[in-house]
Design a binder for this molecule. Structure first.
Ligand code: AMP
Length: 531
C-alpha cells in the first residue's frame, strides 16, 4: 500500500493529511504528487471532480511555499466563488501543522476594496475567479514578481463559462517564470489549445478514462411526456425517501419554479441560480450542506464548485444541451469513493441523446419506469413497517396495560390495519402527493377530475369510519388488484369521492358490483355526476 510519505511529502504535511483522516493517497494524488514535488514542470491532469484533485495540487503547493517570503507565490484559478473558498479552506487544512500560509480567495460579486485590503496585508496563495483576478492585476494590486505556480482547476469549466479571454489576458500579463498545473475533468479542444499555447512540454496524467464518468456513478433514465416531468420527479423523490440530491434544470426560471413547487408540496427544497445575490446563495448552500434541505434545484452554472460528498442522486430534470455538462452534473455524486446515481428525465424523442451520452461517458444508461403511486406506497409503508419493528418500546412499558385496553376487542389484523391507515393518512395529508397524469388525456370536463383520471362516487364515508387508507384497501380488494393509480380522495360524512386511472374505469365498476363489501355491507360505486 502506497502511503503519503512514499510520495515524497514531508513529515509535517503527512501529519496534516493524517489529521484529516486521509488514510491512503487517491489515484490522482499518487500520480501527481511525486511529479509536482520533483523537478519544476508543467502538468496536464485529467481527473473528475471528487477524485481528490485539490490535495493532488494543494499538498505539493504547500510544500513549495517559501514561508519567509510574504508575496503571492501561487495563483489558483477556479470557475466559481464556492470552489475558490473551498480550495482556500483545503489549503489551510493541508498546512495546519506548519507555520500559517497566507491564503486568500478573491472572486467577483463581492467588495473589491476588502479584497485589496486583504492583499495588502500580504498573501502567499491566491485562489481566484478569472474576471476578478484580471481586474486586480490590471489595477496593479497583485505583486506578480514571485509567482512560481499557476493552477487551473476545472479548466474545462473555466472555458465553458466563457473565461477564455480572461485566461488569455492573465497569461499574457504574468511574467513568464512560473509552472502551470492544469486539472480538468474533460479534454475538449478549448482546453487542449490552452495547454498548447501557454504550457511548456507538460507531463500528462489521466485518472480513469478520458471523458469518462466517475466509475461509482450509475446512470439511469426514464422517459415522460413533458407535462409529466414534475410528477415523475416527485415519484422519484417519494420512492427514495433518503434522497439527498441536486436537481438540475436548464433555465433559471425553471429552477425557481420547480423549487417553489417542491416546497409547496411539502419537500425540503430550495433553488440556487444566478438571479440570487451571493449571500442568498450562501444561505441556500448552508442549508443544503447541513441537510436542513435535502433537495437543491440548480442551474449548471450555479452548481459549479459545489462539493458535497454524500449526495445520493443527481437528477437531470431536463437533459443538458451539451454532453459535457452531463459529465459535470453526474460527477457531483459518487464523490470521495461513495456511490451515487444520476437519473435523466428524458422526453420520448430524446433517446438519441441518451445514446450519445452513453458514448461520452462510456457507460450504459439503465432504463427505469416512473415509479407508480402503488410502488411509492408499498415502499413507504414497507419502510414504515421496518421503523415500527425497530421501535424501542421500553419507554411505554408502564402504560401498556392502558393502551391494551384501548384496543380491546380488536384482532391483530384490525389493529395493524388501523395503525397503517393512520400513519398513511398522516403522510398523505402532509405530502399531498398527486398521481401521475397522462399527457395525452384532456381534463375531464364532465366532473372536474384530473386529466387521465375518472372521478367515482362511493356510498360510504366518515360515519362508516372510512379514511383514505381503508378506501384504497377497499378498492384494491374489490377490484382484486393493487395496480390502480388512485388520485384525489374526498371523504364526506356518509359518502366519498375518489379519482382513479381512467383506464381502470370498467374494472372498478365491475369489481365493486361483484365484490364490493365494506364491513359486511354491500357498497355501491358509480361515476361521479358533474360538480
Ligand atoms: P476533491 O476532488 O479535491 O474535491 O476531493 C473530494 C473529496 O475527497 C474531498 O472531500 C476530500 O476531502 C476527500 N479526499 C481527498 N483526498 C482524500 C484521500 N486521500 N482519502 C480520503 N479522502 C480524500
Amino acid at each position: 500500500m502506497t502511503t503519503f510519505s512514499d510520495l515524497g511529502l514531508s513529515a509535517s504535511t503527512t501529519d496534516a493529511v493524517q489529521q484529516l483522516g486521509f488514510e491512503q493517497p487517491m489515484p490522482i494524488q499518487e500520480q501527481a504528487i511525486p511529479i509536482l514535488l520533483g523537478n519544476h514542470t508543467d502538468i496536464v491532469a485529467l481527473a473528475q471532480t471528487g477524485t481528490g484533485k485539490t490535495a493532488a495540487f494543494g499538498l505539493p503547493l504547500v510544500e513549495r511555499i517559501e514561508h519567509s517570503l510574504n508575496l503571492p507565490q501561487a495563483l489558483i484559478l477556479a470557475p466559481t466563488r464556492e470552489l475558490c473558498i473551498q480550495i482556500t479552506k483545503d489549503i489551510k487544512d493541508f498546512s495546519r501543522t506548519r507555520q500559517q500560509i497566507n491564503t486568500l480567495a478573491v472572486y467577483g460579486g463581492s467588495s473589491i476594496n476588502k479584497q485589496i485590503k486583504a492583499l495588502n496585508r500580504g498573501v502567499q496563495i491566491i485562489a481566484a475567479t478569472p474576471g476578478r483576478l484580471l481586474d486586480l492585476l490590471r489595477r496593479g494590486k497583485i505583486d506578480t514578481s514571485a509567482i512560481s505556480t499557476i493552477v487551473l482547476d476545472e479548466a474545462d469549466e473555466l472555458l465553458n463559462m466563457g473565461f477564455q479571454q480572461d485566461l488569455n489576458a492573465i497569461f499574457d500579463t504574468l511574467p513568464k517564470h512560473y509552472n502551470t498545473w492544469l486539472f480538468s475533468a474533460t479534454m475538449p479542444n478549448s482546453v487542449a489549445n490552452i495547454a498548447k499555447r501557454y504550457m511548456n512540454n507538460p507531463k500528462k496524467i489521466t485518472v480513469g478514462t478520458k471523458n469518462a464518468g466517475a466509475d461509482n456513478v450509475s446512470h439511469q433514465y426514464l422517459t415522460v411526456h413533458p407535462q409529466d416531468r414534475y410528477t415523475a420527479l416527485k415519484r422519484l423523490i417519494d420512492f427514495h425517501p433518503d434522497m439527498y440530491a441536486i436537481i438540475f434544470c436548464r433555465t433559471r426560471r425553471n429552477t425557481r419554479n420547480i423549487a417553489e413547487k417542491l416546497m409547496g408540496d411539502g419537500y425540503t427544497a430550495d433553488a440556487i441560480h444566478g438571479d440570487l445575490s451571493q449571500s442568498q446563495r450562501d444561505h441556500v448552500m448552508g442549508k443544503f450542506r447541513n441537510k436542513t434541505i435535502r433537495l437543491m434545484v440548480a442551474t449548471d452554472v450555479a452548481s459549479r464548485g459545489i462539493d458535497v460528498n454524500d449526495l445520493t442522486h443527481v437528477i437531470n430534470y431536463e437533459l443538458p444541451d451539451d454532453l459535457e455538462s452531463y459529465t459535470h452534473r453526474s460527477g457531483r455524486t459518487g464523490r470521495a469513493g461513495k456511490s451515487g446515481v444520476s437519473i435523466g428525465i428524458a422526453k420520448h424523442k430524446e433517446k438519441g441523446k441518451i445514446r450519445k451520452l452513453e458514448k461520452t461517458i462510456k457507460q450504459k444508461f439503465e432504463y427505469i419506469d416512473v415509479p407508480t403511486a402503488t410502488d411509492v406506497r408499498k415502499k413507504q409503508l414497507g419502510e414504515w413497517t421496518d421503523n415500527v419493528m425497530n421501535a424501542d418500546t421500553s419507554a411505554i412499558d408502564d402504560i401498556m396495560p392502558a393502551i391494551k385496553q384501548g384496543f380491546e376487542g380488536m384482532n391483530q389484523d384490525e389493529i395493524i390495519a388501523k395503525l397503517v391507515a393512520y400513519a398513511w393518512n398522516k403522510k398523505s395529508n402532509t405530502e399531498q402527493s398527486k398521481p401521475a397524469q397522462s399527457a395525452s388525456q384532456p381534463q375531464n370536463i364532465k366532473n372536474g377530475s384530473e386529466p387521465g383520471f375518472e372521478r367515482f362516487f362511493i356510498n360510504v364515508g366518515r360515519k362508516d369510519d372510512l379514511n383514505p387508507g381503508s378506501l384504497i384497501a377497499l378498492i384494491n380488494e374489490s377490484c382484486r388488484t393493487g395496480d390502480i393509480n388512485i388520485g384525489k380522495i374526498d371523504i364526506m360524512g356518509s359518502f366519498s369521492f375518489f379519482e382513479a386511472d381512467m383506464n381502470f374505469t370498467d374494472k372498478i365498476l365491475s369489481g365493486f358490483q361483484n365484490h364490493g363489501n365494506y364491513r359486511g355491507r354491500g357498497v355501491n360505486v358509480e361515476i361521479a355526476k358533474p360538480k
